[in-house]
Ligand binder design. Structure first.
Ligand code: PEP
Ligand code: MN
Length: 366
């Protein structure tokens, strides 16, 4: 059979495309020898910067890893490989770089107040979906603290499907959260919806939550890169794990390495539950990234009766914590009542998950 000229031209062009390296941005990690000196690390960074690379250092317990983003050329890679103190140069093929385990092998531990995410502490964030009023919130905060919560939650700005639903108490809500922190001594997590709220929310809250609906608000993510507060990044309702990690990459590459991932369920064909809680995401995130990961079984299921079993499952899957909605009177909550636990049910849940967490950690240590 005769080959048509156009088929031949396209085949040759395709082979050339495959054989010759394409120009473009590349992310390399330069693994330094464990005995590399500070001066050698500085020299490598300087040479890369001279070649137009953006350089990020990851200083581990054993060795330093240099991440470099810039124009791909074999010559640069060869040059770097010959510099003193360099063990190897590895181009990263995955789309996420600074969030990846390749870039940083040790798990990231995020300190909030006197507590840690990602270490050997279980974080239990609890409180109502929204701040609904001063005395109601303070009462709820004291109740969840008494039951064993380690942090408080509560939305001052609420992302609601309907513009006619309760939208949150806004700044007044932030003031109430700050007061509750002062009274209970517990750190406060609250949602940020718009870059214009950053200064305000960051001046009141300890952790800024990016809600599921904003997971791909890239402008907001970039701006949060400049904030000196940890970011709790919820998974978007229809986001793949890779898209979710890429959202974390936006924040980290913009300057804020303190990102806590939060699985809160994704949309599926299943209607019995509000969302489908994807607990497999927990070990996947732990494998692919160095970031702490927590689970929100309240939004993940939408049903209070499922919150306890799914909290247990989350701890079993290796989560660093849970985020749970609690309301004194769920049937009268202004938002998310059907998925909110009473303080009594929450207290029972805390006893169970603490016991399970302790058992699993003891087993790990043996
Ligand atoms: C919330 O935590 O109250 C909330 C709105 O969560 P999500 O963004 O996961 O829906
Ligand atoms: Mn809610």
């Amino acid at each position: 059979m005769a080959i048509r000229p156009w088929t031949l031209i396209w085949s040759v062009a395709f082979c050339v495309f495959l054989i010759f390296p394409r120009k473009g941005m590349v992310f390399m990690i330069i693994v330094m020898e464990s005995r590399a000196t500070k001066v050698q690390i500085e020299q490598v960074s300087k040479r890369l910067e001279e070649k137009g690379f953006q350089v990020h250092l990851s200083t581990g317990v054993e060795r330093t890893i240099i991440g470099a983003i810039g124009e791909r050329t074999q010559a640069t890679q060869d040059l770097v490989e010959t510099l003193p103190g360099v063990e190897k140069v590895v181009p990263i093929a995955q789309p996420f770089k600074m969030a990846s385990r390749q870039f940083k092998q040790e798990p990231t531990i995020i300190k909030v107040g006197g507590q840690f995410f990602g270490g050997s502490q279980l974080q239990i964030i609890a409180g109502p979906c929204a701040v609904e009023g001063r005395s109601k919130y303070i009462e709820a905060a004291l109740a969840v603290k008494e039951a064993g919560a380690t942090m408080l939650r509560g939305g001052a700005y609420k992302p609601r499907t309907s513009p006619y639903s309760f939208q949150g108490m806004e700044r007044e809500g932030l003031e109430i959260l700050a007061e509750a922190r002062q009274i209970t001594g517990l750190p406060v997590v609250t949602e940020i919806m718009d870059p214009r709220q950053i200064d305000d929310v960051a001046s009141y809250a300890d952790i800024l939550q990016v809600g599921a609906r904003n997971m791909q608000n890239f402008f907001l993510l970039r701006e949060l890169g400049r904030v000196k507060r940890p970011i709790l990044l919820k998974r978007g309702p229809s986001a793949t794990i890779e898209e979710w990690i890429m959202a974390a990459e936006y924040i980290i590459s913009s300057g804020n390495p303190e990102v806590i991932m939060c699985e809160r369920g994704i949309r599926s064909f299943e209607h019995y539950t509000r969302n489908t809680l994807d607990l497999s995401a927990v070990p996947v995130i732990k494998n692919l990234t160095h970031l702490p990961v927590i689970v929100d079984p309240s939004h993940g299921t939408g049903k209070w009766k499922l919150v306890e079993p799914m909290s247990m499952a989350a701890i079993g899957a290796g989560a660093d914590g849970v985020m749970i909605e609690v309301h004194q009177n769920p049937s009268e909550a202004l938002s998310d009542g059907p998925q909110s636990l009473t303080p009594e049910n929450f207290a029972r849940l805390v006893i169970k998950i603490k016991k399970l967490y302790k058992m699993l950690k003891t087993d790990e240590g043996q």
